[in-house]
Design a protein around this ligand. Structure first.
Ligand code: ADP
Ligand code: MG
Length: 693
């Protein structure tokens, strides 16, 4: 019977009962086809049996020998020592972990076949191997073994190499008997790229004829699987996007009156990049399908104004807007901005924060429900069940990297009224390398502000040891004398907010004692939101010279006159966070400066991070480096990382494949839509569930 291994449960293989099946599931192996996609991470050359006399240190080798001596020794640590010989030489075998039954088996005269890393034991003691793989053999079995390359697989507790090898042998046997695995790459594409068939690819990856080189990912067989996997991820996100567009959205064919009046009173004109993205957004909003757009722009590039313009189009058309920020501090700052900008135009701005309670909050909620508020600014509180909008037409999410796909979807559902769906604008300052963005945000269209407002001067960055603290204090004095304001940022690697706040308090005290003539404020996460806000307002109004802060100021805070920033323990922060923090300065006309203070000795990685910060302010370069240092999953944030757990692909290494992914996905969707579902199922399996929310 010809069967399809994709549909054949793994329990159909010999030796797989419920227990083993449960364990295999941990390796994401459910069907026999999954087994075939469980690829080895390396191969070992088991084709040459070396005489002991020919063994070389530093090489993994296969050899056979007779036990000449077996003893338990106590040299520092208890261990089992065997001395093997085959008449060409001697070698020592050592086991630090061994059972009684092993002790029984290792008898003088017993032959062993071993495979392991041969090392020189030093000071003339000859060669040795610690914990080799071994097999007891009889004299007659000498030299009788299956020659070739042995694949080594990822294993899990209770499923060892031998089990996996046996199961794979069965699976390949089924293939020889005519069973199939589904070809899910469109044939034209496969031919175009010169890929071998799926079965041939799998055969080559599990049982290569010659030892694979280091660069196995360059082989057509591997490339085929990489392509398949990346395509599956891309398609799953495209499907998500299509799912988001099942409902129509209201069209905002703006008469452009409000936006024009807004721009006139703004006091500056938009940069070319801002104008471009505003046009892209207006284009989307004029369609009756929901916009799903990611607005990416480096810190300080002026995303807020763009958001305000989008909001105005919606409001002018008679709809409400929700603007969600990741922190209360940032929400309050947006509130202040939008009030100044929009209230003169007769627009009603409301605010919803977690801490708002009681009667006043009820009134706000009523107002939102009845359509009295035009724009509602808030934190996650906007998700709460009791928040009901009258006519939500646009959802804006600021600093997207703090939220996940699910939150994005939850807010969309808030607006699902009368079968209409609100438009969505997602903003982020986290620069993401283009190729990664194409995958991680494939459900969103991308607009990029690639230009800073004029008159900004680049921030120069210096890296200083904490030992030079006095120098820094002098620099602050000088800066303040020049009319500058200063951020002093305290960071701790421990996520403990309490410790972080204590550190900030200590730092503030210390600064007050060194600089008694200056006004020094303090803002940290454990302060009440009103206190934080009051502190920020007073800093912004130049009522103080220095603001000591924890990383609460990381996102969005905007005080153009602050042009000097000192970051304590900078060596402990990741690049993305350093870049975000540094983005708080360099916002005014004046040349800004950032001092990264560290406590030595620096690890190589930390050293590299600090150097890159000193060398560039280009968010994209920093992101690229960040991806190299940390891996792509991290960069997209935890929630996104679910999409980014790859079996064979590596977003950085396989960037070339990513380049043509969108095209391949379109091709597949158009000509072979029946492949989409199985592809996603094969590669994303269970993890796809939340992508369908
Ligand atoms: P981000 O993109 O980091 O959210 P903001 O929207 O907070 O940046 O803008 C940073 C600062 O730049 C704000 O003070 C804003 O008013 C100002 N700004 C924005 N666009 C322009 C422009 N075209 N010309 C001058 N200043 C601008
Ligand atoms: Mg912002």
């Amino acid at each position: 019977m010809v069967s399809c291994l994709d549909d054949l449960p793994i329990t159909e293989l010999k030796g797989v009962g419920e227990k083993v099946a449960e364990k295999l599931k941990r390796l994401n192996i459910v069907s026999v086809a999954d087994m075939l996609f469980h690829l080895p991470f390396r191969h070992e050359d088991r084709s040459t049996l070396l005489p002991i006399g020919a063994l070389q240190p530093g090489q993994a080798s296969l050899f056979e020998g007779r036990i000449e001596l077996a003893e338990v020794v106590f040299r520092g640590r208890r261990s089992m020592l065997l001395r093997l010989s085959d008449d060409t030489g001697f070698i020592n075998i050592r086991f630090f972990h061994f059972s009684n039954s092993q002790k029984q088996m290792f008898k003088r005269g017993q032959w062993l076949r071993c495979y392991g890393d041969v090392r020189s034991a030093g000071n003339g003691a000859g060669l040795g191997v610690v914990h080799p793989e071994y097999q007891l053999i009889t004299l007659a079995q000498r030299g009788q073994f299956e020659k070739g390359l042995l694949a080594v697989y990822p294993v899990t507790e209770g499923v060892n190499q031998t089990t996996i090898r046996k199961l794979l042998a069965q699976a390949f046997h089924l293939l020889q008997q005519g069973a199939r695995v589904r070809e899910l790459l469109p044939e034209a594409l496969s031919i175009d790229k010169g890929f071998p068939s799926l079965i041939d690819s799998l055969q080559q990856l599990h049982y290569p004829e010659t030892m694979p080189s280091e660069d196995v990912s360059e082989t057509p067989a591997f490339k085929r699987l990489i392509t398949e996997e990346l395509l599956a991820h891309h398609l799953s996100l495209s499907r998500l996007k299509a799912g988001l567009q099942t409902y129509p959205a209201p069209c905002f064919k703006s008469k452009e009156l409000l936006p024009q009046r807004f721009l006139q009173q703004l006091g500056f004109s938009l940069t070319a990049a801002q104008q471009r993205v505003v046009a892209e957004i207006s284009g989307d909003l004029a369609l009756n399908q929901p916009m799903q757009r990611l607005l990416q722009g480096d810190v300080g590039s002026g995303k807020t104004v763009v958001a305000a313009l989008a909001a105005l189009s919606a409001i002018e058309a008679g709809y409400q807007v929700a603007l969600m920020a990741p922190t209360e501090l940032l929400a309050e700052q947006h509130l202040a901005n939008f009030k100044t900008w929009l209230e003169p135009l007769g627009i009603k701005v409301a605010c919803l924060l977690g801490r708002h309670k009681g009667k006043e909050n009820e009134l706000t909620l009523d107002d939102i429900r009845l359509g009295g508020s035009d724009i509602v600014i808030g934190t996650q509180a906007l998700f709460q069940q009791k928040v009901e909008f009258c006519k939500l037409g646009l959802v804006i999410i600021d600093e997207q990297h703090r939220f996940g796909v699910q939150q994005r979807l939850a807010l969309r559902d808030k607006g699902l009224l009368g079968g209409m769906q609100p438009h969505q604008l997602v903003m982020t300052a986290t620069p993401i390398p283009r190729t990664l963005a194409m995958l991680g945000y494939a459900d969103l269209d991308l607009s990029i502000i690639d230009e800073l407002p004029p008159g900004r001067t680049a921030v120069t960055t210096s890296v200083l040891s904490v030992v030079k603290r006095q120098l820094i204090i002098e620099r602050i004095k000088q800066g303040v004398a020049d009319g500058r304001q200063v951020y002093w940022v305290c960071t701790l690697v421990e996520e403990s907010e309490v410790l972080q706040c204590q550190a900030a308090e200590v730092a503030a005290e210390l600064l007050r004692s060194c600089l008694p003539e200056l006004n020094i404020g303090l803002v940290h996460g454990r302060m009440k939101a009103e206190e934080k806000q009051a502190m920020m307002t007073s800093f912004k109004a130049h009522a103080m010279h220095i603001l000591v802060a924890t990383t609460v100021i990381e996102v969005g805070v905007d005080v153009p006159n602050a042009s000097l920033m000192i970051i304590e323990n900078a060596e402990r922060l990741g690049l993305a966070q350093l870049h975000q923090l540094r983005g708080r300065v360099g916002r005014g006309q004046r040349a800004s400066h950032c001092v990264l203070m560290y406590k030595g000795p620096l690890s190589e990685n930390a050293n590299e991070r600090l150097s890159i910060m000193r060398e560039t302010t280009d968010g994209f370069k920093i992101a690229q480096k960040d991806m190299q240092l940390r891996g792509p999953g991290e960069l997209l944030g935890k929630r996104q990382a679910g999409f980014m757990r790859f079996k064979v692909a590596d977003v950085e290494r396989d960037a070339v494949v990513l380049e043509s992914l969108a095209e391949m996905a379109d091709e597949t969707l158009q000509h072979q839509p029946q492949l989409v579902e199985p592809l996603i199922h094969r590669w994303l399996g269970n993890s796809v569930e939340y992508a369908q929310v």
